[in-house]
Ligand binder design. Structure first.
Ligand code: ATP
Length: 965
């Protein structure tokens, strides 16, 4: 359906709109050369430009032509920044202190091999060195593979939030991927849009763009399709052009794309295209620090051991060195960084599948700590599917029947009679006004369902005027478009000026009652227009309040005849026509999501542009509102100073009629109370608040490009429930990272205890470096990975959020690590001590200790699923990934133990059935040991600490206000 045929068609034709002049508008596509005029396009007269191109800004290009041009010009994207080569990435895996320590161990092992007796086989002399090297290489490949996977996951996510562009194709306005925009396309731009390509403006209404990316100038630059620009004007002065990489801050425009991709001005600035700085998340930074502390502790212990060995004397230096390195290797959790990266990446993929696309990696962990979710109302908590239910005009009430955007329905008076064919004057003016002051279109989908293209509020108004038998098609022919003062959430109103058949310019105005009623001086009644009395104002306000209290969204409709678009303020001395009240039901699942927030100790608040009564009524309907909560309006907020706001912020639940600037104040007030704030936003003006919030959340469907670019998280479905899902996922990821860190460190502690004490007091180290590495990287690695994807703990959303200052591990965990390490280490020492201390028995003792320290963690992993609950109360009881990983690790270990060819390498021997029994008995022992410790802990601390406290830095009293389970 072409624009002119669609139900919402609009007749445009203006001095600033040469593009639609029929004399210029001859073909359906842009055929001419875009740059072959005598002058550069920015200096060319717009009429000449369009004539040369033979372009239609109404119809745009055919899809076929667009495909042809895409093949010819290539995709509209800047060349990818240079990527690190695979080889370089692989080499970088070695450049970390842990790996370097391992390489040092390998060198020492070679020296030991060379100096060992020549009667021994090559494998038994150099087996250690070879195996260490193999493990280091394997580790590097594993790290590389995981990094690649994480990168691929991130890239895929970035594609999900890739920008779109609105263009005209085959007579329709369509949204396409910005990458597929081609030269000659007609871009339709409005406030909040990112400009997808360099383009020559052909129609502008009060347009301004922000061009900092290109010119460094961050102030908005006004643009005008008809401006006279010299051929040599610098970029910043080309008022007739818009450029890739800039965004629209105000107004509307149509523009013909002149160049795409690398040929754009942005593409030409080579140095702009540098690789994105690799940014480490706070978690990764913390892990790095953690790793280096562990390394230092280990090195210190190794030096102690070496010094002690030298003091005792009687053993060659290389052996002592090897022993010291083994110790270092024993304690360092080599797999930690790689497992963390992959856990984060997989978590982000899971979030994306649920519609929460993470744009900035640190958001994943911050989400888990969120204590406030400040959400928009319309579209996020409600469906943004508007249906007009009631109209108030000329002092009378009307009920509107029908569903959705379907134009069939009646407008009934208080007798229940349809008045569509006998509309009283105020009502008919109202119908015409809402039809003209409107940019939406209604279309019938293939399933014959009426859908709105554009703003749902305006769609509902088109349906209303159709029900009143005054559809836009019947009104528009007698009005030609003159000018528009676009809607914006801060102004809360919109005006369209048209010229009617009699040559009068008329302003058609609609917007919030509080901004418009004070601007009204006349009142349209059934008997004619008269002055608006004070009593009328009171009656209208009461009517609006009564409608709002029913959760209806109320718009005032006004007009003024005989205006001039050049007046400083057109929206004054208006005639009040009536009120339109529309319903926007809550989204499915929102009530449940709000309840989940409450249980999870996350305070959900509503920040909306809508009326306080409407907003409060919706808040009550979805269970957001609690006894003692307050609603504050933008005006009240403006009158309040920061100190007072800080005092009251925790009792404010609904912020109504707010401006974007006030959103910023609200975020800051919550932050000052120590809260971690997630805030939604969709408009251009929301960008600063989105940046200020810990987690800026933008809308994938309804929001603007500018908001999306400022956000950390984009909601594919614009749904509040998705934010709550993302919080759950954020908590799960953080918890899982804690689980595997605890697992790796506690298991390593077992190794450390065994190696340190036996080396210190015994004659030979209990394990060879190779055995230690084997346990550390091979048998422990798989269960750690599985813990990283452990299913979410069912209690997770019944506990309060973790404190943002909380370290990765708490005092409880450090105690746990020492305890588990003590139990595992002692069991190994016991096995080792049971064997006679001669060289003959050494092999047997080592094989036993080796197997114990490899198998015991496979049982212990199950206990790591919860720091306080019994492993038997974990849900699901059996985690399949963990089960598979444990079985795989056990099988791998048995290979090392049982394959005769590997015996010289691992220096093991075949265990007898009795030894197996003892070994398994001691390995399982870790489960009851940890169960007892958890039982004692639960007795000492009946509730998890997170359930007891809010954010630690909150002043007394504020945490108690946050809802708790
Ligand atoms: P939220 O901020 O939660 O999304 P909202 O959609 O009501 O809620 P805005 O879009 O900022 O917030 O709208 C603020 C007010 O402006 C509305 O309550 C309404 O009175 C008025 N309004 C909304 N849309 C239009 C429009 N298209 N034309 C004129 N006025 C409008």
């Amino acid at each position: 359906m072409s624009e002119n045929e669609s139900l919402g068609a609009r007749k445009v034709g203006t001095a600033r709109d040469v593009a639609t002049d029929p004399s210029v508008n001859t073909t359906g596509s842009a055929r001419g050369a875009l740059t072959s005029g005598a002058l550069p396009v920015h200096a060319e007269d717009v009429g000449v430009f369009l004539e040369r191109l033979a372009v239609s800004s109404t119809d745009g290009m055919s899809e076929e032509e667009a495909r042809r041009r895409l093949a010819e010009h290539g995709p509209n994207r800047l060349p990818d920044p240079p990527k690190k080569s695979a080889l370089l990435k692989l080499i970088q895996q070695f450049a970390n202190p842990l790996v370097l320590t391992l390489l040092a161990a390998a060198v020492i092992a070679v020296v030991v091999g060379i100096t060992a007796g020549h009667e021994e086989s090559f494998l038994s002399r150099f087996g250690d060195a070879i195996a260490i090297l193999l493990i280091v290489i394997l580790n590097a490949f594993l790290g590389y593979y995981q990094e690649q996977r994480a990168e691929a996951a991130l890239e895929a996510l970035q594609k999900l939030s890739a920008p779109n562009a609105r263009v005209r194709r085959e007579g329709r306005s369509v949204i396409i991927a910005a990458e597929t925009v081609v030269p000659g396309d007609i871009l339709e731009l409005e406030a909040g849009d990112a400009v997808a390509a360099d383009a020559r403006l052909v129609q502008t209404i009060d347009l301004a763009t922000e061009e900092a990316a290109l010119t460094g100038e961050s102030a908005a630059a006004g643009k005008d399709a008809l401006a006279v620009v010299t051929a040599d004007a610098p970029l910043g002065d080309r008022l007739t052009m818009v450029f890739t990489g800039t965004s629209v801050v105000r107004g509307k425009a149509r523009a013909v794309v002149t160049s795409t991709g690398p040929k754009t001005e942005l593409g030409k600035i080579g140095e702009m295209i540098r690789s994105v700085e690799e940014q480490k998340t706070p978690l990764e930074e913390r892990l790095d620090k953690f790793g280096s502390i562990i390394l230092k502790v280990c090195l210190a212990l190794s030096v102690v051991l070496l010094g002690w060995g030298l003091l005792r004397g009687g053993r060659p230096l290389h052996e002592l060195l090897l022993e010291a390195v083994s110790l270092a290797v024993a304690a360092i959790p080599e797999g930690l960084p790689a497992i963390t990266t992959i856990t984060l990446a997989l978590g982000m993929q899971r979030m994306a599948r649920r519609g929460a696309i993470v744009r900035k990696l640190p958001a994943v962990e911050t989400l888990g700590a969120a204590t406030i979710i400040a959400s928009d109302k319309t579209g996020t908590l409600t469906q943004n599917e508007m249906t007009v239910r009631k109209v108030f005009a000329g002092g009378r009430r009307y009920i509107v029947t029908g569903e959705g955007y379907d134009p069939s329905g009646e407008i009934q008076d208080d007798q229940g009679k349809d008045v569509a064919d006998t509309l009283p004057a105020p009502l008919s003016y109202l119908m015409a006004t809402v039809a003209l002051c409107n940019n939406a279109h209604l279309e019938q989908s293939e399933e014959k369902r009426w859908v709105v293209v554009g703003d749902p509020t305006e769609g509902a108004l088109l349906t209303l005027s159709a029900k009143g038998h005054l559809p836009r098609e019947s009104v528009a022919p007698s009005h030609s478009f003159v000018h528009e003062l676009p809607f914006d959430s801060d102004r809360k109103r919109m005006t369209v000026i048209t010229r009617d058949d009699r040559g009068r310019e008329i302003a058609h105005v609609k917007g919030s009652i509080d901004t418009l009623l004070p601007r009204c001086v006349k009142y349209s009644t059934d008997t004619g227009v008269r002055a608006l009395e004070e009593a009328d104002r009171v009656a209208i306000t009461e009517e609006a309040n009564a409608l709002s209290a029913k959760a209806l969204r109320v718009l005032a409709v006004c007009r003024r005849v005989q205006v001039s678009k050049d007046e400083a303020d057109v929206e004054r001395e208006l005639t009040f026509l009536g009120l339109v009240a529309m319903m926007d039901p809550p989204r499915a699942g929102v009530t449940e999501a709000v309840a989940t927030c409450k249980k999870a100790g996350v305070r959900a608040v509503m920040i909306t542009g809508d009326h306080r009564l409407t907003a409060t009524a919706i808040a009550q309907e979805i269970g957001l509102w609690e006894e003692g909560d307050e609603t504050i309006s933008g005006a009240e907020l403006a009158a309040m100073d920061d100190a007072e706001l800080a005092k009251r912020i925790m009792s404010l639940r609904v912020f109504a009629r707010t401006t974007a600037e006030q959103k910023l104040r609200i975020v800051r007030a919550f932050k000052a109370r120590g809260h971690v704030v997630a805030m939604t936003g969709d408009g251009v003006n929301d960008a600063p608040a989105l940046r200020e919030a810990h987690i800026g959340v933008a809308m994938g469907r309804g929001g603007t490009d500018v908001a999306r670019q400022a956000a950390d998280l984009v909601l594919a479905d614009d749904n509040f429930a998705t934010i709550v899902d993302a919080v759950r996922e954020g908590r799960t990821i953080y918890r899982n990272i804690q689980k595997f860190i605890f697992f790796l460190l506690s298991s390593n502690m077992g190794l450390l205890v065994a190696v340190f004490f036996v080396s210190f007091f015994g004659k030979w180290p209990p394990l060879t470096p190779l055995m230690i590495l084997w346990i550390n990287l091979v048998t422990n690695g798989l269960p750690a990975l599985a813990l990283g994807i452990d299913p979410p703990d069912p209690h997770l959303m019944r506990e309060g959020p973790r404190s943002p200052d909380e370290g990765l591990l708490q005092a409880r965990d450090y105690l746990g690590i020492a305890y588990v390490g003590g139990v595992m280490g002692l069991c190994a020492i016991l096995l080792y001590g049971m064997s006679p201390q001669d060289e003959q028995s050494l092999l047997g003792a080592r094989a036993l200790a080796f197997s114990l320290l490899a198998l015991s963690p496979l049982f212990h992993a199950w206990s790591c699923r919860s720091p306080r609950l019994s492993l038997f109360s974990s849900r699901p009881l059996i985690s399949l990934p963990l089960l598979l990983s444990v079985l795989a690790s056990a099988a791998i270990h048995l290979v090392a133990l049982l394959v005769p060819a590997l015996r010289p390498v691992f220096r093991t021997y075949e265990l007898s059935p009795d030894e197996w029994m003892i070994l398994l008995g001691l390995a399982v022992l870790i489960i009851p040991a940890v169960e007892i410790a958890k039982f004692v802990y639960r007795r000492l601390y009946p509730a998890a600490p997170t359930e007891l406290s809010g954010p630690p830095s909150l002043p007394a009293g504020s945490a108690a206000k946050a809802p708790r389970a």
